[in-house]
Write a protein that binds this ligand. Structure first.
Ligand SMILES: Cc1ncc(COP(=O)(O)O)c(C=O)c1O
Length: 368
């Protein structure tokens, strides 16, 4: 079976994991958590970052960080993972579902039309790890006094002319969960780009205490100041992640090269996908079929051939919870998802395998 993704485990991962075991250090102050943090800080040119147990945990932290009140509206994409918005609903905010443009990301023109004074936050999901309108979205939110959270779970290391996705909003979310291209099983991070939120973030993530602040500045007393939580990243997983980081750039090049091969084979027979520019992390590859029936037929055929081929999130609007929410759009995320066929992509996939997969996609597509 060719799965959509597969983690590449190299020598560095084994070495760092062994080192972690030998140190017998599984604490949150372990060196590998610090090394992962430093690696990201260096790349992203940021000082303010917290490693977390998952992107979902980072989003929990984000929702607790912002000064939101019951009834404040929060706009999010109908094409995303539920954890983009769960924490805000749990805090009493009113979710507003909005539709996507043809790249799978929140439609900026729609957001401009539907934003009212009640909207306090926009959560933008960078579908497939890319977003063409992030600069403009960020400007729009700033001009209207709205917090912007980038759910960049799929876009680790994607950058627009050197500026990384996740650094445009007040907060940026990263995921290192097992299906992500740089992974350690479960893990995440939050980039605190709005410096006014930094101290509060460090208090919240240490169970609402001043522990971290006290460590840095002993004159600050160590005490409990507000409700908070523990969203600590595991040291063992950090060792694995630090190993993954060592070949992350090479892996992106390799995946991009496989994407080019997919495109050259499949565009030739009239299939469509998206054109991602330089800077994209090549987190996934997909083709888009003309309609729902052909999407279903194509995915079912490929799965029978031992090639994992899936749509993605489904439309949140179509979910039992989503149906009851305030909604703007015309079902775009349903159509997007119905026609999506994600295909295997990971650095260890051989070109020969991509060619074999393309042969089967061709049979599926031509039989449609
Ligand atoms: C857009 C988006 N946000 C959040 C998440 C949750 O990530 P995690 O599994 O690290 O909690 C995912 C997971 O795939 C996702 O796609």
């Amino acid at each position: 079976m060719f799965y959509l993704t597969r983690m590449e485990i190299g020598d560095m991962e084994r070495q760092y994991l062994n080192d972690c075991l030998e140190r017998s250090d599984f604490s949150e102050t372990g060196v590998y958590i610090q090394r992962c943090k430093d690696w990201i800080k260096d790349r992203y040119h940021t000082e303010h970052l917290i490693m977390t147990a998952s992107a979902s945990q980072a989003l929990e932290l984000a929702a607790a960080l912002l000064p939101l009140e019951t009834g404040d509206e929060i706009i999010f994409s109908s094409y995303s993972f539920p954890s983009s918005v769960n924490p805000f609903i749990l805090r009493g905010c009113t979710p507003v579902l909005a539709e996507i443009d043809n790249s799978g990301c929140l439609d900026l023109n729609l957001i401009k039309k539907i934003t009212t004074k009640k909207v306090r936050t926009v959560v933008v999901t960078h579908y497939a790890g890319w977003n063409e309108t992030i600069e403009e979205m960020s400007l729009f939110c700033r001009e209207n006094g709205i917090y912007l959270i980038e759910d960049n779970a799929l876009g680790f290391l994607s950058n627009r002319n050197g500026r990384y996705l996740g650094t445009f909003g007040d907060l940026g979310i990263l995921s290192f969960q097992s299906t992500k291209p740089v992974s350690c099983g479960e893990g995440g991070a939050i980039l605190i780009n709005n410096p006014s939120l930094w101290d509060k973030a460090r208090i919240l993530c240490s169970n609402g205490t001043t522990r971290i602040l006290h460590k840095e500045s002993p004159e600050i007393p160590y005490t409990w100041v507000q409700p908070g939580f523990n969203c600590t990243f595991s040291h063992l997983e950090a060792a694995l992640l630090f190993g993954q980081m060592q070949h992350a750039d090479e892996d992106i090049k390799r995946r991009r090269c496989l994407v080019e091969l997919y495109k050259s084979r499949l565009f030739g027979i009239g299939m469509k996908s998206m054109d991602f520019p330089e800077g994209w992390n090549a987190s996934m590859f997909f083709v888009q079929t003309p309609d729902r029936e052909s999407g279903e037929t194509c995915r079912a055929y490929l799965n029978r051939q031992g090639i994992q081929a899936l749509a993605h999130y489904g439309s949140l609007r179509e979910s039992p919870l989503g149906k009851a929410m305030k909604y703007y759009g015309n079902g775009e995320s349903k159509v997007f998802d119905d026609c999506l066929v994600r295909l295997p992509l990971y650095a260890g996939l051989a070109k020969e395998h991509v060619n074999n997969i393309c042969n089967e996609v061709e049979k599926a597509f031509c039989g449609i």
